[in-house]
Design a protein around this ligand. Structure first.
Ligand code: AMP
Length: 198
């Protein structure tokens, strides 16, 4: 277990794709993320599926002896095929409850490559952090430069005056999850005054 950071034994929500991506080995990288979180003593909460990167994170976490909770609406339990080996599977009514339950349990959010569902989950938590609904850090694990285009768009938001520099700085983005956890240990949420743009 990593020693000496103030960011120990937390519950980390992981948002990631229900698909596995293309040529780059996103799946093995996601497996490693699950392992690293477990080895660092963190619990994980995620969407509960066994498919794609979601399943890989769960497998990695379980392989390292970690605790991982899935949260899944009952309508998705069969379609996304709930992971059978989880420490806990919480079945909820709908997507809104799923996201609220994951957010409630989490001390921080990590985002791996994924599709529209992943980005929706990311944007929701980033937005909620901006308006002070939570003070939890958010990290993008930028595997294979997957988030470069998104980060460019976020820069454009600042340049065009639609996003404050303070709110851009809330986001940590690195390829390496260990580096993100180190930054999380020193995370300072923006003051709500920071919501005022000018
Ligand atoms: P995706 O990144 O699209 O593969 O989706 C990743 C996860 O997000 C899956 O568990 C999806 O069920 C979930 N998801 C898909 N669409 C939405 C949505 N509109 N809001 C919240 N979660 C979603």
């Amino acid at each position: 277990m990593r020693e000496g950071t103030a960011f120990d034994r937390k519950c980390i929500a992981v948002f990631c794709g229900s698909a596995s991506g293309d040529h780059y080995d996103y799946k093995s990288a996601a497996f490693s993320v699950g392992e690293i979180l477990a080895e660092a003593g963190h619990k994980v909460v995620y969407g509960g599926g066994h498919v794609g990167l979601m399943g890989a994170v769960a497998d990695g976490c379980l392989n390292a002896g970690g605790q991982i909770t899935g949260v899944m609406p009952h309508a998705l339990v069969e379609r996304e095929i709930a992971h059978q080996g989880l420490s806990d599977l919480v079945v909820v009514e709908n997507m809104h409850e799923r996201k609220a339950e994951m957010a409630r349990r989490a001390d921080a959010f990590l985002v791996l490559p994924g599709g529209s569902g992943t980005l929706e989950e990311f944007f929701e938590q980033w937005t909620w952090g901006q308006i002070g609904y939570h003070q939890k850090p958010i990290g993008l694990i930028n595997l294979n430069g997957y988030f470069d285009a998104l980060l460019a768009m976020i820069n454009q938001m600042v340049l065009s005056g639609f996003l404050s520099e303070t709110h851009r700085r809330m986001l940590v983005h690195r390829k390496d999850v260990g580096e993100i956890l180190d930054v999380f240990a020193h995370y300072k949420p923006p003051s709500i005054k920071g919501y005022v743009h000018d």
